[in-house]
Design a protein around this ligand. Sequence first.
Ligand code: G3I
Length: 321
Amino acid sequence: MIPLSPTGLASYAKAKGKYIGSAYDNAYISDSAYNQVVFPNVNQLTCENSMKWDSVEQTQGDFSTTLWADRVVNITILNGMTLRGHTLVWHSQLPSWVTGGSWTNATLTSVMVNHITGEMTKYKGKIHTWDVVNEALNEDGSLRTSLFYNLIGETYIDIAFKTAKSVDSAAILAINDYNVDGTGSKSTGMTNLVTRVKARGAPIEQIGIQAHLIVGSVPTTLSTNWNNFVNLGVSIAITELDIRMPTPATSANLAQQATDYVNVVTACLNISKCLGITFWGMSDAHSWVSSTFSGQGAACLYDESMQPKAAYTAVQSLLAS
Ligand code: G3I
C-alpha cells in the first residue's frame, strides 16, 4: 500500500488533532493511479457502498457475504487507519427481502435489531464510528417517511442507537445527514430530533454532516450551525464532503471551489469537537456526482486525470499553516 505522505493532507491535519479520510471501496483497489492520490492523503476510510444493508445482509440473517467490505477493513488495519461504518439503518440501498417484506412494527423492529447486531458484531473493534441512522430527515426538518418510520415511528431511531451501544460500546455512534451544513429548517430539525432522542436515553454521540455542497453556494453559517450541534453534547464530523459545479469546469469556478473548500475545512478546524473530514472520493474519476446531477461534476480535490486542483493546494496550505 502507498504510505501516508508527510506533505499529505492527513499528516498536516493530524498535527491539528483532526483526521482526513475518503470514501473508498473494493472497486478501487486495483486502480493504482487512484490509490496514488488517496493513500498519501488519508488516515481514515469510509466504505462508499459495501457496508450498506444490501451488501452486508443480502439474505436475511446471513452476514458471510461481505468480501468487499472485508478487504477495505483489512486495508485500514494494515495501515493503521480508522474506518467509519456506513451505514446501519437507511431508507436506501436495502435488500429486496427487506423492502418486499410484509412487516409489522414488531417484526421490522426485530429485523432492524438483528441487522445492527449482526453487522456490528462482525466488525466489532474495527470501526471507529458508525453511521447508525442515515438521512432520517426531510428538508423541512420533519422525519422522513421510510419503511422504518412508517411502521415503528420515531422511536426506530432510539432502538437503533440503544442496540448499537449494546453491541459495541467503544464505537462512536452517529446520525448522519445532508443539507445540515448551515442553519435552516433541516438543521433545526436535526437539533430537535437529537434533543428528543437523547432525552429519551438513546446514545446519539455524533452528528455526521455529509456536506455535499455546490460551488459558490456554501452556507455562510457553517460555524454557527456546527457550534449549535456540539452544544447538544455531541461531536461532529464532516462525513462526505464534495463541492460540485457545472461541467466543464471553468477557471473561475475552480478558484471559487478552492475558497469554498477552505471555508469548510476552516470551520471544522475552529471547532475542537469537529473530529475530522472525509471527502466523498478524492478524484473526479470516482465521484457519484456526475451520474446523479446531469451537467455537474468536478466536485473533488483531484481532477479526472488525478491532477490536484486549486482546491487541493489551498486545503493543503491551510492544513500546513
Ligand atoms: O454494483 C452495481 C453494478 O453491479 C451495476 O452494474 C451498476 C449499474 O448501475 O450499479 C452498481 O451499483 C451502483 C453502486 O453505487 C456501486 O457503484 C448503484 O447503481 C448506485 O446507485 C450506487 O450509488 C451510490 C449511492 O450512494 C447509492 O445511493 C454511490 O456510489 C455512493 O457514492 C452514494 O453515497 C451516498 C451515501 O451513501 C449517503 N449520502 C449520499 C451519498 C451520495 O449519494
